[in-house]
Design a binder for this molecule. Structure first.
Ligand code: 13P
Ligand code: SF4
Length: 336
């Protein structure tokens, strides 16, 4: 007779069980079993600390659908950060996003789970670089992509994100401006608006790797596919796509696809987790996933978020003088 070892009943994890319903299309139950403990702990810690988690669209689904309170693109996170009602904000994203949340909430505790969550765009430019550009082009307004440090924002007139760059540029009503630090976003916006744009040789290490050849191959492999590209991609990639927009614009585009009209296939030319998060919401749409991973976004894990809430680290702090000037540029953007 085989000896049967009794299995210990699993502790009740009601909060994690509820969260699983929100990820079950994209996270297999066996994988969820390894995550449920952390998910349960994070929900409990959020209550104890009166904390909310803001998560960017590039978070993995167990974070995005499983533990976040507010999700979205950089613009939505900045907007929502301005009206958060909690003592603590955990920013599941990258460092510049946490800084923006702190600018808008100087009296709240803003935590970033891993200090190494940088960004190739934010790191490509310093405040001194912006000062040099201003000296070389006196009187020309400076538009800083939100993917910059507070010190760089402080040297700028107004911020923008990929979701509002066109509106911000048009709102200035000028023929010439400085737009930093993403050379590709700047070129894509210049082509759309006809404004002369002076830029800086920064690039997103995720989006610059896509090529028009990738899109050609996707179209060959998936006839009828709709290709959506992020405007941080090089202009030839954006031109080869059917539509270009921020990560929130991509979600909106997929949401607008008529259900059941015909099986829709969409390729999101952006970071890997984006397709997983949208696929959970629209199971009727097929996704081609030609993704590139952002190593900085992927520093956020259930483990690092749990630790962050347990130990209240890493707290974002800003120099008051820099913060005041950077906030002015962010607020000017939010008013557009
Ligand atoms: P959005 O979410 O604003 O489109 O930005 C993408 C991105 O790369 C953020 O780091
Ligand atoms: Fe920066 Fe690109 Fe990563 Fe966004 S995806 S954080 S722009 S490196």
């Amino acid at each position: 007779m085989p000896v049967l070892t009794p299995t210990r009943p699993r502790a009740r994890l009601p909060l994690a069980d509820a969260a699983f319903q929100r990820v079950c299309h994209v996270v297999p139950a066996v994988e969820w079993a390894t995550m449920a403990d952390d998910v349960e702990a994070i929900w409990r810690l959020k209550r104890q600390r009166n904390a909310v988690i803001l998560a960017h669209n590039y978070m993995t689904p167990e974070i995005f659908h499983g533990v976040a309170d507010i999700t979205g693109d950089s613009l939505a996170l900045a907007r929502q950060a301005a009206s958060v009602d909690a003592d603590v904000i955990v920013l599941a994203g990258v460092h510049f996003m946490a800084e923006t949340a702190k600018l808008l909430n100087p009296d709240k505790t803003v935590l970033i789970p891993d200090l190494r969550s940088g960004c190739s765009l934010a790191e490509s430019i310093t405040a001194e670089d912006v000062q040099a550009l201003k000296q070389a082009h006196p009187g020309v307004p400076v538009v800083a992509y939100v993917n910059t440090s507070a010190a760089v924002k402080a040297e700028s007139d107004i911020c923008c994100t990929s979701g509002n760059a066109e509106e911000v540029v048009r709102s200035l009503g000028v023929e010439r401006l400085i737009m930093i630090p993403d050379q590709y976003l700047a070129a894509n916006i210049a082509a759309k608006t006809g404004v002369e744009v002076i830029t800086h040789p920064g690039a997103c290490e995720v989006h610059e790797r896509f090529t028009p050849r990738d899109i050609e191959q996707i179209r060959l492999d998936h006839p009828g596919v709709t290709v959506l590209a992020h405007p941080e991609c090089p202009p030839p990639v954006v031109q080869a796509a059917d539509y270009a927009g921020s990560t929130a614009d991509m979600v909106e585009y997929v949401a607008g696809i008529e259900p059941g009209a015909q099986p829709a296939t969409v390729a999101l030319i952006t970071e890997c987790s984006m397709s997983d998060n949208v696929a959970q919401l629209y199971p009727g749409v097929a996704f081609v996933r030609p993704c590139n991973l952002c190593p900085h976004m992927k520093r956020n894990t259930l483990g690092s978020i749990r630790r962050s809430l347990e130990t209240m680290t890493h707290e974002v702090a800003l120099r008051p003088e820099t913060a005041a000037r950077a906030l002015a540029a962010v607020q000017r953007m939010l008013e557009v």
